[in-house]
Design a protein around this ligand. Structure first.
Ligand code: GLY
Ligand code: MN
Ligand code: MN
Length: 444
């Protein structure tokens, strides 16, 4: 058994519990960047989760019926001419053997084989409405099944969104996944430490982005998990800023939100540090508030706690800090409870404190309990094996009534937490975040 075959068996069990049927799971299409240059290819996360197969032009078919379970791969044929240009392809036979499928066929056979496999299946399982192209293909395959009606063939009568089952599976990471995520986190933590060591006032944001990419790639990461943010000074207050060409000035803070993808799994770390290696008084004051809020959020993150407990804990500490520093004026906003009830803290903290993390940086999985009767359900209870980020921040745009010493300071601290039986494990802990540790590293 591989982790992939274990997952296939688990999905097939759940399909069987719903009466059985056929699941059809395609990998991602290749995407053209311009003229004849493509974007680097990235497989589909669901497909990879069940197959371990990273070539484009492939479809996985899983069948749960009266004869048992079957996993069938459709993939590119071997093609020596194409392999000279683009590199190795498994071909169906080697793919079947290597990845442990019951059968494998050329992708060209999909249109003739799939209608046969779908014949008399009670239900289909696929990503409903996820792709126009795939929906159109599905219509054609179903039409081909219905063409066999006079031969006594019955077409599937219902369709289930296979993502409902797969999202729940992906939400709880198995030991293989957590091991990869720990390696991805270690590489990203090392990259953040490198960025701190390399930063000198006068350098530009893209030069530090290059240091991050260098560290990712030299450790085997295939891609950044998302576009890196390297934001100097006021740019840190733009939440979706990307590394640009701004100069990191003496006296600026630098906010870096960057994580690598390793073997299909994301990491997601944010650190904020002074370009010159020493926090100023106002920077230190706000930084300590964000750090304390993150510690409070982490303490509220563990099995049995709800997804939002960390956010609520962070907001309490942030709001108190905003009152203590005068970012929020007590005479105007009232008490801590008023600030929380009225949402005044949102002027400086306008995002949530975390999200699921996995193969996708904003990973799949419901954030609330299953919806029953359209009633809004409570936030999800955390369980061991879930992985989420903890990422509070403070972003101060110049505004009337806001003490000027804090203007244009943007701070976020983001770590990745694996829920364990007795709390959570911060897998990104190697990236320095205490002021003394950051200043010591930048001095060295
Ligand atoms: N880097 C994306 C996020 O923090 O959500
Ligand atoms: Mn994040
Ligand atoms: Mn992030």
């Amino acid at each position: 058994m591989t982790p992939y075959s274990t997952r296939r068996a688990k999905l097939l069990d759940q399909m069987r519990a719903q009466g059985g049927g056929v699941a059809v799971i395609p990998t991602a299409p290749e995407a053209q960047r311009n003229n004849d240059a493509d974007y680097p290819y990235r497989h589909d996360s669901y497909f990879y989760y069940l197959s371990g197969f990273t070539e484009p032009e492939a479809v996985l078919v899983l069948i749960a019926n009266g004869q048992g379970n079957q996993a069938i791969l459709f993939c590119r044929e071997k093609n020596l001419e194409r392999e000279i240009w683009d590199g190795y392809r498994y071909g169906p036979e080697a793919a079947r053997e290597t990845f442990g499928f019951d059968a494998a066929h050329a992708i060209e056979a999909l249109d003739t084989e799939l209608p046969k496999l779908m014949a008399n299946a009670p239900a289909l399982f696929y990503a409903l409405g996820a792709s126009e192209k795939f929906d159109a293909q599905m219509r054609q395959w179903l039409a081909a099944v219905r063409m066999q009606a006079r031969a006594g063939v019955v077409a599937p009568a219902s369709a289930h969104d296979v993502r409902r089952l797969l999202d729940e599976m992906r939400l709880i990471k198995d030991a293989d996944e957590i091991a990869i995520m720990q390696r991805a986190a270690d590489i990203s933590a090392e990259a953040h430490a490198r960025a701190m060591r390399m930063t000198k006032p006068g350098m530009r944001e893209y030069q530090i982005e290059a240091e991050l990419l260098h560290e990712f790639r030299r450790n085997g990461s295939q891609f950044p998990a998302y576009t890196s943010i390297v934001a100097a000074g006021p740019n840190a207050c733009v939440l979706h800023y990307r590394a640009g060409d701004a100069v990191m000035n003496d006296g600026d803070l630098v906010l870096i939100d960057a994580g690598c993808e390793l073997d299909g799994y994301a990491s997601d770390i944010t650190r904020t540090y002074p370009a010159n290696g020493v926090f100023s008084g106002p920077q230190k004051a706000l930084y300590e508030i964000v750090l304390a809020s993150q510690e409070a959020a982490i303490a509220a993150t563990g099995p049995g706690r709800r997804f939002t407990d960390g956010h609520d804990a962070a907001v309490r500490v942030l709001a108190q800090g905003m009152l203590d520093t005068g970012l929020l004026n007590r005479d105007r906003v009232g008490t801590l409870d008023d600030v929380i009830a009225n949402g005044d803290y949102r002027q400086f903290y306008m995002h949530r404190t975390g999200h699921w993390l996995g193969m996708d940086v904003h990973d799949v999985g419901q954030y609330r309990d299953e919806d029953a009767d359209g009633i809004e359900q409570p936030w999800r209870v955390l369980q061991p094996g879930m992985v989420l980020t903890v990422e509070p921040g403070i972003y101060v745009r110049p505004a009337e009534g806001v003490p000027e010493q804090y203007w244009n300071i943007g701070i976020r601290i983001e770590d990745d937490a694996v829920i364990t039986p007795d709390g959570c494990d911060i897998i990104t802990r190697n990236a320095p975040k205490r002021i003394a540790d950051i200043e010591a590293l930048m001095r060295s």
